[in-house]
Ligand binder design. Structure first.
Ligand code: NAP
Length: 243
């Protein structure tokens, strides 16, 4: 039984989908969870579900908003033990049709944001010589996907970022890992056409789409003491869609 009592965990993109499931999972293991997303209404609804957890609305791609938001969290909670960088978006199109803003937004929200959030937790984590940073990437960062060059580049970038940071701060007893989900049933994948969904299902060894809880379980493990000696890893949660 994993017990995170006494730990403070910040989860970005926690108002719905995978992030919401991660927040609920860490909360049920005893952690004090802080939820981050842009839309305050949906965020507050999610926070209420977790016994009025702290909710801090911010755009994770805006360095100043992240700095202010994380300062508030540390002032209120005294520390941050676990950071889950989960916020992400897609703006799919073939490269020839991709607008510059679709490229920029995806790279900023999915990848650049992790530099900002991680930077703001390092000092408190280093001081206490314990920390966990878990970055949600995607199987698409490993395989690539037609129509998702911006998304795939952002997700591959997360893997390089994860490994580099793991090397930078390993000696401080801070681990940095990534989780790469495959096809998970959420708002994001509901947008895909039925044909694409069928094609993807056919390539999954376990023969089913993943649930948000499947991803949350992997994050819980990496956040726990059971994963003390694991860092710089990319853990695939794809049901065998990618091996
Ligand atoms: P989702 O249902 O669309 O939820 C995205 C979350 O991120 C929302 O809470 C959203 O809230 C927040 N968010 C988006 N932009 C933000 C920003 N700039 N600042 C702060 N929060 C922001 O997505 P999901 O399917 O759960 O995906 C979560 C993560 O898993 C993403 O990184 C995604 O790439 C990854 N992933 C998903 C799948 C899948 O099959 N679903 C597979 C592989 C990887 P607001 O809009 O209110 O900000």
């Amino acid at each position: 039984m994993i017990d995170l009592t006494g730990k403070v965990a910040v989860v970005t993109g926690a108002s719905r989908g995978i992030g919401r499931a991660i927040a609920a999972k860490l909360h049920s293991a005893g952690a004090e969870v802080v939820l981050v997303a842009r839309n305050p209404q949906r965020l507050n609804e999610a926070a209420e579900e977790l016994g009025n957890a702290m909710a801090v609305p911010m755009d994770v791609s805006a360095a100043d908003e992240v700095q202010t938001g994380f300062k508030n969290i540390i002032r209120e909670k005294g520390k941050i033990d676990i950071l889950v960088n989960n916020a992400g978006i897609t703006r799919d199109n073939l490269l020839l049709r991709l607008k510059e803003e679709d490229i920029q937004q995806v790279l900023d929200i999915n990848l650049k944001s992790m530099f900002f959030t991680s930077k703001n937790v390092l000092k408190p984590m280093m001081k206490q010589r314990w920390g966990r940073i878990i970055n949600i990437t995607s199987v698409i960062g490993l395989t690539g996907n037609s129509g998702q060059s911006n998304y795939a580049a952002s997700k591959a970038g997360i893997m390089g970022f994860t490994k580099s940071l793991a090397k930078e701060i390993g000696s401080r007893n801070i681990t940095v890992n990534a989780v790469a989900p495959g096809f998970i049933e959420t708002d994001m994948t509901a947008e895909l056409s039925e044909d694409v969904q069928k094609e993807m299902a056919a390539s999954i060894a376990l023969g089913r789409f993943g649930s948000t809880e499947d991803v949350a379980n992997a994050v819980l493990f990496l956040a726990s003491d059971l994963a003390d000696y694991i860092t710089g890893e990319v853990m695939n949660v794809t049901g065998g869609m990618y091996m």
